[in-house]
Design a protein around this ligand. Structure first.
Ligand code: NAD
Length: 264
């Protein structure tokens, strides 16, 4: 199967690092015109340059905008009024016990992880329906199904994304627009690497030991028994964005190494 998305424009939010960056790179390799997004101009420019260097013939540019605010989404929509593919990837996580999570954290997590995707889907999806082709992918998490006790607020946002993606898919009936979510499990992104390095330091372990212990202790049902790479997640996302994935709609697609111990 050859995935060819030339002629299509793809926006990946939060793509200066981590899973989003791997998705942007993967989509660039399919010939799509990729728009990288992050909050700061310098990091966006660096990510654009790195993708242009890594993928020969890549069509890539960047828009700096903070997608966690209504103003940031408005600015992004003004700079880029139409896309064929929208990957709602930008997201934050932070382990914190339930009794320590203040109201502000609940609101902040909801704004970054949920409202960014709501606002951008509202801005882009009508154009996709009018042109009768489009792909929207929400990067949720297995934490949206197995709510982690160490960050219930994060789990809440990841379940909310599943609900929104399924609801939006209902609006595509009879068209060639699809809306799906992808559920990664523990993935060695830049954000997670920092978290694992802190764990390693706290416990006097190597980074590899801390990563292996995290999976054993906190995700014991994992069949993969290790962190996934960002490319392993990006592969499924690129497929979900492909023309070949036309019959996959309203689905919660898993790339979580088998942590979720149910068949469907
Ligand atoms: P990361 O921290 O490594 O990268 C996140 C990227 O988003 C960075 O480029 C950051 O600058 C950008 N970003 C953050 N807030 C932003 C904002 N307000 N506006 C624009 N850009 C912003 O994160 P990651 O681990 O790659 O996670 C990406 C997504 O995958 C998140 O939605 C996360 O919930 C999900 N996810 C990650 C894992 C994991 O283990 N890494 C597992 C399941 C789901």
């Amino acid at each position: 199967m050859k995935i060819d998305l030339s002629g299509k424009t793809a926006l990946v939010t939060g793509s200066t690092a981590g899973i989003g960056n791997a998705i942007a790179k993967g989509l660039a390799a399919t010939g799509a015109e990729v728009v990288v997004n992050g909050r700061g101009r310098a990091k966006v420019d660096a990510a654009v340059a790195a993708i242009a260097q890594a993928v020969s013939g890549a069509k890539v540019r960047g828009v700096a905008a903070d997608v966690s605010t209504a103003a940031g989404c408005k600015a992004l929509l003004a700079a880029l009024p139409e896309v064929d593919i929208l990957v709602n990837n930008a997201g934050i996580f932070e382990p914190k016990g339930f009794f320590e999570i203040p109201d502000e954290d609940w609101s902040r997590f909801f704004e970054v992880n949920v409202m960014s995707g709501v606002r951008l889907s509202r801005g882009y999806m009508q154009g996709m329906l009018k042109r009768n082709w489009g792909r929207i992918v929400f990067i949720s998490s297995e934490s949206g199904l197995n709510i982690p006790t160490e960050m219930i607020h994060y789990g809440m946002t990841k379940t909310a994304q599943l609900a929104i993606a399924r609801g939006l898919a209902e609006l595509t009936r009879g068209t060639a627009v699809t809306v799906n979510s992808v559920l990664p499990g523990p993935t060695m992104s830049e954000g997670v690497e920092t978290f694992v390095k802190d764990l390693a330091k706290q416990n006097g372990q190597s980074v590899e030991e801390a990563a292996a212990n995290f999976v054993k202790q906190h995700r014991p049902t994992s069949l993969l028994q290790r962190f996934a790479s960002t490319e392993e997640i990006a592969n499924l996302v690129v497929y979900a964005c492909s023309k070949q994935a036309s019959a996959t709609n309203g689905a919660a697609l898993r790339a979580e190494g088998g942590i979720v111990n149910t068949i469907a």
